[in-house]
Ligand binder design. Structure first.
Ligand code: PEP
Length: 251
């Protein structure tokens, strides 16, 4: 039985005041969320505040990226050990916005996965196809390649220590959600791809869906056999919406 996970990706949003209010709202509404795990991935500059506010609560937190390096002359980067020092459990790796705007390759993402694990963090590995790739019929080829890069670099055992988020790029921040059937098809493919290396890892791995998940569509997506939770962007900035998704995951 895989525990559902609902993780918020705040991206580059918020102020110290707004995240305080947001976290108060989420903390106060967690009463019904007893099965699913809830996490928030914050801009790194706010992690000290997040830690202070969430310490001792049931909500986990994490970063949005990690350096492949442990320390040194890498201006603007954040090391895994730094995230761990601020209590992060998770770190998002290979989000499509980083792959697109920062040129992150499958190889770099795989190296970041290893760096996160070395620091004791749980990587949330984002994979997914663009609209052009979907329309060309190569969705499975793309997500297969993205998974294989991590398995080849880290080994199947280490992949199993992370979480996968299937995020069709065309659904992120667009209001266009994959249908539950479309999402389930890709999730089942991902699990089968991993099962080819290890059935035990495939059975235990949490595979989240991400891409315009909201309070209205979450229940249908989360009811799919291979969807184990969500990575939530826009809706994670509103306590009521985020909690509605977490409650749906809890069902
Ligand atoms: C994301 O950024 O990972 C995401 C899924 O965003 P949104 O929910 O806004 O589509």
């Amino acid at each position: 039985m895989r525990q559902p996970l609902v993780a918020g990706n705040w991206k580059m949003n918020g102020t110290r005041a707004s995240i305080k209010e947001l976290l108060e709202g989420v903390k106060n509404g967690m009463g019904e969320v007893t099965i699913a795990e809830v996490a928030v991935c914050s801009p790194h500059i706010f992690l000290c505040d997040v830690q202070q506010q969430l310490d001792g609560s049931a909500i986990a937190w994490g970063g949005q990226d990690v350096s492949v390096h442990e320390s040194g002359a890498y201006t603007g980067e954040t090391a895994g050990a730094m995230l761990a020092e601020f209590g992060c459990k998770y770190v998002i790796i290979g989000h499509s916005e980083r792959r697109t705007y920062h040129g992150e390759t499958d190889q770099l993402v795989a190296e970041k996965f290893t760096a996160a694990r070395k620091a004791g963090l749980v990587p949330i590995l984002c994979i997914g196809e663009t609209l052009e790739e979907r329309e060309s019929g190569i969705t499975e080829e793309v997500v297969g390649r993205q998974i294989d890069a991590v398995v080849e670099h880290c080994g199947i055992g280490m992949l199993g220590e992370g979480v996968i988020a299937y995020e069709p790029v065309w659904a992120i921040g667009t209001g266009k959600t994959a249908t539950p059937e479309q999402a389930q098809d890709v999730h089942a493919f991902i699990r089968a791809r991993i099962a080819a290396s290890s059935q035990a890892v495939a059975d235990g791995l949490q595979i989240l869906y991400g891409g315009s998940m909201n309070a209205g569509n979450a229940a249908d997506l989360l009811a799919q056999a291979d969807i184990d939770g969500g990575l939530i962007g826009g809706a994670s900035l509103k306590p009521a919406d985020f909690l509605a998704i977490a409650t749906a995951a809890n069902a």
